[in-house]
Every structure is written in C-alpha cells, then in structure tokens.
Design a protein around this ligand. Structure first.
Ligand SMILES: NC(=O)c1ccc[n+]([C@@H]2O[C@H](COP(=O)([O-])OP(=O)(O)OC[C@H]3O[C@@H](n4cnc5c(N)ncnc54)[C@H](OP(=O)(O)O)[C@@H]3O)[C@@H](O)[C@H]2O)c1
Length: 382
C-alpha cells in the first residue's frame, strides 16, 4: 500500500465522494471545479470537504487536451481512441494548499519528480538496475505503472531487486534480463532477445558503471571501465535505435558524472587521442579511466540527441549528485573511506519520512479514474 501512496495511487478517500447531482471537472490549466446539475451552479470548493484542488502533473502518455465549438475542454485518448470531458489528471489531484511552483533541487527524489505521472503505457529499460541509482530509478518508474526491465549482469542480484519492487507494489510490472556490458556478445544477445519480444521502448536509462576497477581487459580486448561505462551502452543504443524510433516519443538518458570535467581526450598536441580510451596497464589509472568514460557519455549523448531528436528520440546526460553512497566505491578501500566520511553530507538513496508523509496526503488513484471514465456519459469511442 505504501508503494501506491508514494506513486500517488493509493485508495480512494471516501469523504471525497460527491453527493448525487454533482460532477467534478477541471479548467484548462488544471483547476478542479464542481458542477451542481440540479441547481445549475458551479463552485471551486468540494461540496463535502470544502477543499480546493488542482490536477497534478501532465496528461498521461497519448492524451491530448482540445476545445470543442462551445469552448468546452475535452480530452482525447489517442491510444484507446476515445474522447471524454473528464480530465484524466483528476485521478491525481492534490490540495490547493500544497500546490506551490515546484523547484527541483539536489534534495529532490525520483519519486518526487515523477509524482502523479501515469506511466502505465511506457516501457523502460534501466541498465545496472539492481543497486544504487539504477535501482531507485527502476523502482520509481515501476511504482508509476511503467513496464520496467532491469538489465543486469548478475541474475541473482537482479531477481532480488525485482522482488524488492514487487514486495512494495504487488502489481508492479518489473522483470530482469541479462546484460553484461563488459561483453559485446552479451549486448548483442540482449538486444536480439529484447527485439524478439516486439516491445516498444520509450525510456532507455544507460546507468550501469564501475569505478576504481583494477586494470583488466574484457573478452573483446578493451579496457573494462571504458567498455562497461561507455562502449557497451553505445553498442546497446545502436542496436536498439530502430525500436526507440518506432516508439517515439522516446528518450535515452545517460548517467554520466561531474567528474568528466577532470579529463579530456586530447594528447599533448591537442589532437583527439582515441588510444587514451583503452590504455595498456602501465598507462592506466582507474579514476582517469572512469572520468574519460564519463566524458564519452556526455559526447555520445549530445551527438545522439543531434541525430535522433528529429525522429522523436531525445537524449540527455546527467550528473546524479556527488558521492552518493551506493556500491560504486566498492572496488577500492580508499574510495569506500571517502564515501563513508562524505555520507552524512551527501544525497541518500532513501525516501525521507517527510516525503512519505507528503505521499500520504495524495488524494486520488487510478482506479477511481477508471470508475469515473467508465461511468462518464460523455465517454465516446471513436
Ligand atoms: N554514486 C555516485 O556518487 C555517483 C556520482 C556520479 C555519477 N554516478 C553514476 O551513477 C550511475 C550509477 O552508479 P551507482 O552510484 O548507483 O553505483 P552502483 O550501485 O555500483 O550501481 C552500478 C550498477 O552497474 C552495474 N554494472 C556494473 N558492471 C556491469 C556490467 N558489466 N554489465 C551490466 N551492469 C553492470 C552494477 O551491477 P553489479 O551489482 O552486478 O556490479 C550495478 O547494478 C553510474 O553511471 C555512475 O557513474 C554515481
């Protein structure tokens, strides 16, 4: 139940039920008002609770707002080919008092960002989703109804992550698939299996990474950090780009790092030096390899956006925060020590109790929305 509350999908509050003859509607900019058909009047306050409400978030995927000849707003659900005067966002209304222009900052959680978004038509793929930022990302998408695939190299860790999410919300559509970015063969196999399932792909989060790894070569003969953090993802996106295009609007999100600033890819003469990407052991420094791979993430994301955005696929790179206590530090004791000292001052993976309280106050749910639309006399199927 907690999961439903976080995601703005908790059970209907019965005190909110409208008396007979009343109807809930919303204005173009999402303010909820109440129409009393018997007395032919409208008001902003709920007839029972006296509270004012506002729709939260954007329209669900595939929906569009339009205005009819009489100036009345109606909603078109392009996926199910129907129209209704009921604003689907009314499934996620929040009290007027809480509606303040929201600014996201370093303390915002993934759940806050996606609050009240209905992602039930979306297929999301997150690499390295069995721990840390990837897990939190996958969990948040799943709690908002998306079909989430955790692409992980270790099946038992991946299954554990899947269970954690489904324990939180039994109906979460979440599954694990094997993907080892240190093997281009595994990337190809993954892409083939994914494509064979004929699923769309709306969001691809290239998140997996290793940091401070001792020097090693992958089975493809490339330095491991470079291949896992960048090349594996590069190959994966290449192989899935037609699926992304067919699923447009779609997006690729590359989890990079601020540390990309502490390196470059040019030699002493200022020429791009590709050999720096997969250096031999004697020229290897793990932090530098990580920083270079993260720089590649950004260059890749920006070029991908240039090429794919005309086809409806956007691409962004991000820095998730400094020294967040995940398992990224595990390969080097010094890094673990640094992360441990920094831990009280950095972003955490845990949902704060104040956020939980906020979610408690979220009012409506998608089941109520379904009830409304099925009972809505204005619903028509096109
Ligand atoms: N934490 C921070 O402070 C911080 C700061 C800046 C950027 N980032 C970025 O945030 C992203 C997530 O990192 P995190 O902090 O959440 O670290 P994390 O907890 O260590 O997560 C990394 C994930 O990548 C997976 N992975 C590693 N090698 C893989 C491979 N060969 N194939 C597939 N998956 C593989 C790991 O799986 P296993 O469990 O099997 O190893 C793990 O699930 C990374 O891109 C990182 O560079 C993190």
């Amino acid at each position: 139940m907690a999961a439903l509350k976080y995601a703005g999908m908790d059970d209907t509050d019965s005190e909110d039920e409208l008396p007979p003859g009343w109807e809930e509607r919303s204005t173009k900019d999402g303010w909820v008002y109440y129409a009393n058909h018997e007395e032919m009047k409208t008001q902003w306050e709920h007839p029972k609770t006296g509270k004012k409400k506002r729709c939260a978030g954007a329209l669900p995927y595939g929906w569009e707002q339009e205005t009819d000849d009489k100036g009345q707003i109606f909603y078109v659900d392009h996926i199910n080919k129907r129209t209704t005067y009921f604003d689907p966002r009314q499934a996620f209304t929040i009290e007027d008092l809480q509606v303040k222009p929201k600014r996201y900052d370093g303390n915002s959680t993934a759940l806050e960002i996606l609050h009240a978004r209905d992602l039930s038509d979306r297929v999301v793929l997150v690499t390295g989703a069995n721990s840390g930022i990837g897990f939190e990302t996958a969990r948040t998408f799943a709690l908002h109804g998306a079909h989430v695939i955790l692409a992980c190299r270790n099946q038992s860790r991946a299954s554990k992550a899947v269970s954690l999410i489904t324990e939180e919300w039994r109906k979460a559509r979440v599954e694990a698939m094997t993907l080892d970015l240190a093997s281009l063969r595994s990337v190809r196999e993954f892409a083939e299996i994914f494509k064979a399932r004929k699923l769309p792909l709306h969001i691809l989060v290239c998140n997996a990474a290793v940091c401070t790894q001792p020097w090693d070569l992958t089975e493809d003969g490339l330095e491991t950090t470079f291949q896992i953090c960048h090349l594996g993802h590069f190959h994966l996106v290449q192989l899935l780009q037609d699926v992304l295009r067919h699923s447009a609007p779609a997006r690729v999100v590359v989890v990079s790092s601020e540390s990309h600033r502490f390196t470059d890819l040019v030699d002493s003469c200022g020429k791009v030096e590709l050999n720096l990407l997969s250096p031999p052991q004697k020229e290897y420094w793990s932090m530098l390899a990580y920083n270079r791979a993260k720089l590649c993430n950004i260059l890749f994301s920006s070029e991908l956006h240039r090429r794919m955005s005309p086809h409806g696929v956007t691409c962004n790179a991000l820095h998730p925060g400094n020294m967040m206590y995940t398992s990224i530090h595990r390969s080097w004791w010094l890094m673990t020590l640094l992360f441990t000292f920094a831990r009280p001052f950095t972003k955490s993976m845990h949902v704060s109790s104040s956020l939980e309280e906020k979610r408690e106050e979220v009012r409506d749910d998608r089941e109520r929305y379904q009830l409304h639309t099925s009972a809505d006399p204005c619903v028509s199927h096109r």
